[in-house]
Design a binder for this molecule. Structure first.
Ligand code: HEM
Length: 284
């Protein structure tokens, strides 16, 4: 039997994986770009978008490129969905807008968890890849810029919707539940915003473990990596976060119960709870 060095198996497999392959079920050649799936997904173009093996500066460069390319695609989807959501909000199609916001939330969550794959890139390998990135900056990401701009559009649509319904954000969160549908929508926007910030937090941790976060560590565009921690909490919809601050500013301790104290009669509890917390000593 022919003796094959283990490396040769890998080499042989690598060559085999260049395709095309005869699929035994279809009895068709896959990998030539001739099948409907390949034409629709445009796999020949898509799979040619990564640096070929012989030109890679590191084996892990494929991981690095695939991670960035997929993230750009998800960001592209997020800004597309945002435009559709603006159109739905402007025509009061709230169920449709709500379903779309759920989708956007899931995409943002998916993006954050995807970054976990890139965490398998060790710092030493990244230092090699980094040499070939020019002065590239994350701020140059078209998807990221588009998503932030799309969010401004969404915030505008929300403002118009609130105006049409004659309700302010504070009233929405404090008044009787006359606009429960709008309140739900606002919470979904907050869900999406929070997931987007969680994505930036996941990115921050990725940066921290690959190049470090410190005043002395500069990004390729010269910015200290430390600025990232401030930027990652910049919300997409500031007004929806500000309303929380306003609610808390109006909050009064009166009307609550001392911890552990009996809560009184069930029919009155919740309506006019006794004011016991201000002094901290009373009983209901
Ligand atoms: C090992 C992987 C990565 C490293 C070491 C890294 C490093 C950095 C650094 C140092 C910055 C701050 C300076 C700047 O704006 O360029 C940054 C920003 C950014 N990066 Fe990355 N990055 C990585 C992966 C990614 C990926 C996969 C994406 C996905 C699109 C991404 C998107 C961004 C964005 C959008 C910003 C701007 C964020 C902001 O200003 O708040 N990065 N990155």
């Amino acid at each position: 039997m022919e003796h094959i060095h283990p490396y040769s198996y890998a080499e042989r497999l690598r060559r085999q994986l260049q395709g095309p392959w005869l699929n035994p079920l279809l009895k068709k050649w896959v990998g030539r770009g001739e099948l409907d799936y390949e034409k629709y997904v445009r796999t020949p173009e898509l799979l040619a978008l990564q640096t070929p093996p012989e030109e890679r500066v590191s084996d892990d460069e494929l991981l690095f490129q695939v991670a960035h390319q997929t993230q750009e695609l998800w960001l592209k989807l997020l800004s597309h969905e945002s435009v559709e959501a603006v159109s739905e909000l402007d025509r009061d199609a709230l169920w449709e807008a709500s379903a779309r916001l759920e989708r956007m939330l899931r995409v943002a969550r998916c993006m954050a968890s995807e970054l976990g794959v890139l965490e398998t890139l060790t710092p030493d390998t990244y230092q090699v890849i980094r040499r070939s990135l020019g002065n590239g900056s994350g701020q140059e990401s078209p998807g990221y810029n588009a998503v932030r701009m799309a969010a401004e559009g969404l915030e505008g649509a929300l403002e118009r919707l609130l105006q049409r319904r004659g309700v302010t954000l504070v009233a929405l969160y404090t008044g009787p539940a006359v606009a429960a549908d709008l309140k739900r929508l606002c919470e979904q926007l907050v869900d999406y915003d929070e997931a987007f910030q969680n994505w930036l937090y996941a990115h921050f941790q990725l940066v921290r473990r690959t190049i470090g976060v410190d005043a002395t560590v500069k990004a390729l565009d010269g910015l200290p990596t430390r600025v990232l921690s401030g930027r990652m909490t910049k919300p997409l919809f500031p007004a929806l976060w500000q309303v929380r601050v306003e609610l808390t500013a109006c909050w009064r301790r009166e009307g609550g119960y001392a911890p552990g104290a009996p809560r009184g009669e069930t029919e009155t509890a919740g309506d006019t709870p006794p004011a016991v917390m201000a002094s901290g000593t009373g009983t209901p």
